[in-house]
Design a protein around this ligand. Structure first.
Ligand code: NAD
Ligand code: UFG
Length: 339
């Protein structure tokens, strides 16, 4: 296992994973169409690690170009981050999500098969649990989708289970991420949403740098300790390290298996606001507004399977996430745009 193809490697989780891969001695090749990212992220990954990355600005749906990349390099595995991830946009433009996420993955799998490569780590999501009946959520909970984005993740998981059943050479680890947050401790790379953020942490950090006026807290009447929604926020560097554990696991030819990547701890929206205020010294103005349709009250992982079988567990906590998010946002108020 030494040369890894990282699709979507210029993005938020992908760029952090590139650092961990390079620091562990892997060679890294990135394919990204830059639809939601900037090559500056990879330039900074190179400066942090002092190592090189081969980069191809290619869409994973482009068979000819993907084929050329696979002909040029002998990969031992693929880590597949490339995908669109905005839930609201997926409701408005479902076909865009089916084309990019589902068809894109189909092309990737076909090219892998043509080049005799059967080892994949896939970015799945806790969204595949739909509206969970209870918490903590284990991998054996029923799966369902509540929006087209979630349906694309669930369909890709099914696609991988189908190819695994059809041919035992396939090994795929489905990493079901809970809520990624934080940034690399260097402050040089982090989350850089192109539009107004949908997710809580980037919204909070943009309020802190006064790019946004105030946070709307979606719902204050949930059955939680302070009435606001509870989630399992996981530091992006912990998440990135989980991919290295998954690559190790692939060597044991496990077939197609899912793992939750979360901390197992739930924090409310107001817990996150308070922790961020403490870490940054900034006040975050907020108002309590109606619930956001489709949001669960409480969602957190049982991450014991990843601990037992991947030898992985989250090491960083809410102070690390809020401090590192602030270091990134305050040092780069406009993300990568200014470079
Ligand atoms: P991101 O948007 O920062 O990264 C995705 C990258 O994929 C971007 O660089 C984008 O340009 C690229 N991309 C998209 N479509 C492509 C295509 N057709 N061809 C080539 N490149 C393409 O998002 P992220 O937060 O780093 O998420 C990475 C993966 O993890 C995604 O698949 C996402 O669905 C999944 N995920 C993210 C979260 C989260 O909250 N961030 C939670 C669960 C799962
Ligand atoms: N929230 C607010 N105000 C905001 C944004 C979010 O109050 O401006 C609240 C939400 O209501 C929720 C919590 O903050 O209670 C977290 O919301 P996010 O949008 O950050 O995250 P979600 O849990 O809704 O969804 C995220 C990803 C999905 C993924 C899911 C599970 O966006 O893609 O985690 O992994 F499927």
């Amino acid at each position: 296992m030494n040369k890894i193809l990282v699709t979507g490697g210029a993005g938020y989780i992908g760029s952090h994973t590139c650092i961990e891969l390079l620091e562990a001695g892997y060679e890294v090749v990135v394919v990204d169409n830059l639809s939601n990212s900037n090559t500056e992220a990879l330039t900074r990954v190179k400066s942090i690690t002092g190592k090189d990355i081969a980069f191809y600005q290619v869409d994973i749906r482009d068979r000819d170009k993907m084929n050329a990349v696979f002909s040029e390099h002998a990969f031992s595995a693929v880590i597949h981050f490339a995908g669109l991830k905005a839930v609201g946009e997926s409701v408005a433009q479902p076909l865009k999500y089916y084309d990019n996420n589902i068809y894109g993955t189909q092309v990737l799998l076909e090219i892998m098969q043509q080049h005799d490569l059967y080892h994949l780590v896939f970015s799945s999501s806790a969204t595949v649990y739909g509206e969970p009946a209870s918490v903590p959520i284990t991998e054996s909970f029923p799966l369902s989708a509540v929006n087209p984005y979630g349906r694309s993740k669930l369909f890709i998981e099914d696609m991988l289970r189908d190819v695994g059943a059809s041919d035992p050479r396939w090994n795929a680890i489905l990493l079901r991420y809970f809520n990624p947050a934080g940034a690399h401790c260097s402050g040089l790379i982090g989350e850089d949403p192109k539009d107004i953020p949908n997710n809580l942490m980037p919204y909070i950090t943009q309020v802190a740098v006064k790019k946004l006026a105030s946070l709307s807290v979606f719902g204050s009447d949930y059955a939680t300790h302070d009435g606001t929604g509870v989630r399992d926020y996981i530091h992006v560097v912990d998440l990135a390290k989980g991919h290295l554990c998954a690559l190790e696991k692939l060597q044991s030819k496990p077939g197609v298996v899912p793992y939750n990547l979360g901390t197992g701890i739930g924090y409310s929206v107001l817990d996150m606001v308070k922790a961020f205020e403490k870490a940054s010294g900034c006040e975050i103005p907020y108002s309590l507004v109606d619930r956001r349709p489709g949001d669960a009250a409480i969602c957190y992982a049982d991450a014991s399977l990843a601990k037992a079988e991947l030898n992985w567990q989250a090491e960083l906590g809410i102070e690390d996430m809020t401090r590192d998010s602030w270091r990134w946002q305050s040092g780069n108020p406009n993300g990568y745009e200014d470079t």
